[in-house]
Design a protein around this ligand. Structure first.
Ligand code: HEC
Length: 114
């Protein structure tokens, strides 16, 4: 029974929590809906699998502008833990030390795509 509960309930629970965490911790600077406005940071629709720094018209710092790799959940985890460890010149002011919180936000981002 316990396994059934985990399999059927845990992912849904994690997703809804991820949405709340995104709203509380990212939304002030980022929208995530398709075609959403830019705020202090770029729109994050379908960000996983996308090339870093590739939202048209967003004034990225040089590190993101010049990067040519794509966002994976591993890179995203490192980024959210400490953006300056990925790009030393970034102006994203955020850091989340709790891996559980990062994981839930990343799971939520994985659902925001076509
Ligand atoms: C205080 C504002 C702020 C907060 C809070 C914030 N960000 Fe950002 N974010 C930015 C800015 C500004 C940039 C652009 C950074 C640069 O160009 O150096 C950015 C860039 C990004 C990028 C790179 C996008 C791309 O096109 O490559 C991702 C991914 C990202 N943020 C995810 C998040 C997530 C997820 C959260 C919440 C857990 C978050 N950010 C919280 C301001 C913020």
């Amino acid at each position: 029974m316990l396994c059934v509960w985990f399999v059927t309930c845990a992912p849904a629970f994690a997703d809804s929590n991820g949405e709340a965490l995104f709203k509380a911790q990212c939304n002030v600077c980022h929208t995530v809906e398709k075609g959403g406005e830019k705020r202090q940071g770029p729109n994050l629709w379908a960000i996983l699998g996308r090339t870093v720094g590739s939202i048209d018209g967003f004034p990225y710092s040089n590190g993101l502008k010049e990067a040519d790799w794509t966002w994976t959940s591993e890179r995203m985890d490192q980024w959210l833990a400490n953006p300056h460890s990925v790009f030393s010149d970034t102006y994203m002011l955020y850091a989340q030390k709790d891996p559980g919180v990062r994981g839930q936000i990343i799971s939520y981002l994985e659902t925001k795509t076509d």
